[in-house]
Design a protein around this ligand. Structure first.
Ligand code: SF4
Length: 194
């Protein structure tokens, strides 16, 4: 079944870890992170909110000019690394650092029913499903339980804003629901809004 309503770009991915240059340019294309899951989970610890990051986020948010510069830097880095679409509510820490917003359908809670038997995307069959990539990366680091957390709907008012500032200021608490008795406890979990 074809569900695309526009001409498909010619996917230019040549191997794991490479993003199509077109990713993010005309609608999302499934992305594969450029950095290993192991490295990114280590970076995750370094970026955990602390007094310094909270100060930086407040200092940045207090100035429109600083906010623009900081957000532009985040956009440039994360677009290249993850195919980031700047939703402003980052789920990367619980999706194996595969961005769900780079799914052509932007599904935040797992794949659609159209994933190919070979793990291919239904919309762009030459590419791998973002959620297959997410599962493989999370599994490789013992983080599959993270994927069972239920992601809340995207708040589109945050689109284009810095997810790092939102994270450090605690604005995105409650992005996912609580661990309600999952068989295996997620390694990451944040409670609802403070
Ligand atoms: S901020 Fe949103 S769009 Fe960007 S990488 Fe995170 S989840 Fe993906």
């Amino acid at each position: 079944m074809s569900i695309s309503t526009r001409p498909l770009p010619s996917p230019s991915r040549t191997g794991p870890g490479e993003l199509s240059p077109a990713a993010g340019a005309g609608g999302p294309l499934p992305g594969v992170p450029r950095l290993s899951a192991r490295l990114l989970y280590q970076v995750q610890r370094l970026l955990a909110p602390n007094a310094g990051y909270r100060w930086l986020a407040r200092w940045t948010a207090a100035s429109p000019a600083r906010t623009r510069i900081f957000t532009a830097a985040e956009r440039a880095a994360k677009a290249r690394l993850f195919g980031c679409q700047m939703c402003g509510q980052c789920t990367l820490p619980v999706t194996g650092y595969a961005c769900p917003m780079s799914c052509p359908k932007q599904l935040r809670n797992g794949p659609c029913g159209g994933v190919g038997a070979d793990g291919s995307c239904e919309v762009y069959p030459a590419m791998r499903c973002v959620w297959v990539v997410a599962y493989e990366r999370a599994e490789s680091q013992g983080r599959v339980a993270d994927l069972r957390l239920l992601q809340r709907p995207v708040d589109h008012r945050e689109r284009g804003r810095s997810s790092w500032v939102n994270y450090w200021l605690g604005r995105d608490e409650g992005l996912w629901t609580a661990d309600d008795g999952l068989a295996a406890a997620p390694r990451i979990w944040r409670a609802g809004p403070p």
